[in-house]
Design a protein around this ligand. Structure first.
Ligand code: SF4
Ligand code: MG
Length: 322
């Protein structure tokens, strides 16, 4: 199998309140050394509560944010070192779809110009070819090409997310980072968007990083799932395996929050419930970041950072119990 993206020891820390790192400046530890590989054509789900660094990781991978340290390799190219035209070209190949289809579309631009902007930036088409391409993209996402002259406010939330998808597709990307693309939509619309993304993946050979805040949202679309907590990956496995055999207490807690319709499965399931909220990334706990909420915490958990351990084929988790 071919690896399209590799993330190595990626760290992203922000000075609190923006600006520069200074003396005594508090630091937001948003992403704290994550490692993973993404296979060509797959969907890797990235799940965690808000503030776990999943969106920051996504933005850092395409260098919307500069990484603090670590390496990002996309199709053999070092994204972290790319500049000028190389960086522009990498950004074309790695597109992003955002959570809020209301905020991410410029309200003063027509849908045609929103979808065509990437064509202009990357000089992919002009004149009639540009217009034809915009019409084609609108058809692909199920909108009438006649809608090219309308403005975003004339569309529903689901339609706006489709426009965001057309904008991402316009430049022929290889990888799309989907940052909670369905979280803001009605439940009835969520499945439509997921189905469309799956069809596009099949048709265009796309690879997705699919970011979400709960496991039920990534279940149907992901081939593999990484669970993040406070800027670290705590477990990563094939989707089916993660649901069937979760090993990290945090993954078990996330799964416990999802109801299972089958009572036979429900009866055999070990439920764990965690209280409280994620600690502040400004002052994360020593050792295992999950120890302030973990029902199984023991002495070693505050002393040593648990490392990801191989638990079987395609399954790793980081916990001192394992
Ligand atoms: Fe819980 Fe300790 Fe495992 Fe962390 S390392 S998840 S605190 S048992
Ligand atoms: Mg987010």
């Amino acid at each position: 199998e071919e690896i399209i993206l590799e993330v190595k020891d990626l760290v992203k820390h922000f000075p609190m309140g923006g600006g520069f790192f200074g003396q005594n400046q508090k630091v937001v530890h948003a992403v704290n050394g994550i490692n993973f590989k993404v296979r060509k054509g797959e969907t890797l789900g990235i799940v965690g509560e808000s503030g776990c660094g999943k969106s920051t990781a996504g933005r850092t991978i395409i260098r919307l944010y500069e990484p603090t340290s670590g390496q990002i390799i996309f199709e053999g190219q070092d994204v972290t070192k790319a500049e000028g035209n190389d960086l522009l070209n990498l950004r074309r190949q790695m597109q992003m779809i955002f959570q809020d289809p209301y905020a991410s579309l410029n309200p003063r631009m027509t849908v045609g110009d929103i979808v065509g902007e990437g064509l202009d930036i990357h000089k992919l088409a002009s004149g009639q070819a540009r217009t034809d391409r915009i019409y084609e993209l609108l058809e692909v996402i199920g909108l009438n090409p006649e809608h090219a002259n309308r403005f975003p406010h004339e569309f529903s939330g689901g339609q706006r997310q489709r426009i965001g998808i057309a904008r991402a597709l316009s430049v022929n990307p290889r990888l799309i980072i989907c940052d909670e693309p369905i979280s803001a939509l009605d439940v009835s619309i969520q499945a439509q968007i997921v189905n469309m993304l799956e069809e596009l993946q099949e048709k265009l050979g796309l690879t997705y990083l699919f970011i979400a805040h709960d496991l039920s949202m990534v279940k149907h679309i992901s081939h593999r799932i990484a669970v993040m907590y406070l800027g670290r990956i705590v477990e990563l496995a094939d989707s089916f395996e993660l649901y069937k055999n979760p090993q990290h207490p945090y993954t078990q807690a996330l799964l416990s929050a999802i109801p299972i319709p089958d009572p036979r499965v429900e009866a055999t399931r070990k439920r764990i419930v965690v209280s409280g909220t994620v600690p502040s990334p400004i002052d994360p706990p020593s050792g295992c970041y999950f120890r302030t909420r973990c029902p199984y915490v023991k002495a070693v958990c505050s002393e040593q950072v648990p490392q990801l351990k191989e638990l079987g084929s395609n399954h790793v988790a980081a916990c001192h119990l394992l």
